[in-house]
Design a protein. Structure first.
Length: 121
């Protein structure tokens, strides 16, 4: 069976691309898969029983979470505002079109919010 990180899209498989993932993907197999495909490891580390994270691992997780937060916030908005929990269509072309249209809606919402935001003095 392939590791979960093996399903990273083709557009992300350029050498040197960082793959960000949460603690659920923290495994030797996933890190090895990233190394084999020359992708950078952005997987957060997970503490195990009687083996807490080191200070360096905690700092690394904090650093990664700053990047992941922006992405997760966008996914949350897509889910809340546009009911985007799963694809409504079958077929890669239709699902891709739906994803792109939802992303466009999200960008329009962000632009509208920025335009209507009061100017801080």
């Amino acid at each position: 069976m392939q590791p979960p990180v093996a399903f990273v899209g083709r557009h992300c498989r350029r050498e040197g691309t960082t793959v960000y993932a949460d603690k659920g993907y923290d495994s030797k197999e996933n890190r090895q898969h990233l190394k084999e495909h020359q992708l950078l490891d952005g997987i957060m580390r997970k503490a195990h029983r009687n083996r807490p994270l080191t200070e360096a691992q905690t700092k690394r997780n904090r650093y990664l979470s700053k990047t992941r937060y922006v992405v997760e916030q966008s996914f949350g908005t897509l889910h809340r505002k546009f009911r985007y929990a799963r694809a409504a269509y079958f077929g890669l072309l239709k699902v891709s079109a739906q994803s792109h249209l939802k992303a466009m809606c999200l960008n329009l919402l962000k632009a509208a919010n920025r335009l209507s935001a009061p100017v801080c003095a």
